[in-house]
Write a protein that binds this ligand. Sequence first.
Ligand SMILES: N[C@@H](CCC(=O)N[C@@H](CS)C(=O)NCC(=O)O)C(=O)O
Length: 172
Amino acid sequence: MKLFYTPGACSLSPHIALLEAGLPFTLSKVDLKNKKLESGEDFNGINAKGYVPALQFDDGQVLTEGSAIVQYIADLKPAAGLAPAAGTVERYRLQEATLSKRLDWLSKQLEGKQYLLGDKFSIADGYLFTILNWAGMVKFDLAPWPVIQQYAARVGQRPKVVEALKAEGLLH
Ligand SMILES: N[C@@H](CCC(=O)N[C@@H](CS)C(=O)NCC(=O)O)C(=O)O
C-alpha cells in the first residue's frame, strides 16, 4: 500500500494508524499547492479531489477520505485493536468521536481516561492528535483545556506516533 501524504496534514492520522497496525506501506509526498508528487507526477490523476490522504492498494485502486482510510486500516488488522468491531455500538461511538470538534465536550469525554474510547489507543486518537497538532500551527491556545493538553502529550509520546512525526520531518 502507498499513503499519499503532506507533512502534518490530516494524512498524519492514517500514517499513525498504519504504523500502529504494523502494516507494510510506502509513503509518497504530495505538494498540495501544485498538486504534484516528488516525481513530478500529477496528484489529481491519483485523487481527482486533489487532497490528502489517499491510500493506494497494490492493485492500483485508490481509497480517499481520512475517516474511511483509518477504518479500513483498522479492519485490515483487527488484532491491533485500533477500532471496535464493525457493526457494534462502540464502532459508531468511534465514528461519533472522530467527528466532534467541540473542545468542552471533548474535555469532559477525556476526563479520567487515557484515550477517547477508554484505556486503549484507537484510530480516533490518531485522528484527534492530528487535529490538535494544528492548534500550535494556527496559534490556538489549548491552555483552557488542560485535560486535552495532557491527552495530546500522552498520544504524542507513543513510539509509533513519534515515528510518524519523524518520518514527516515534523520532529527531529
Ligand atoms: N474530506 C477529506 C478532506 C481532506 C483534506 O481537507 N485534506 C487537506 C489537507 S488536511 C488537503 O489536502 N487540502 C488541499 C486541497 O483540498 O486542495 C478527508 O477527510 O480526508
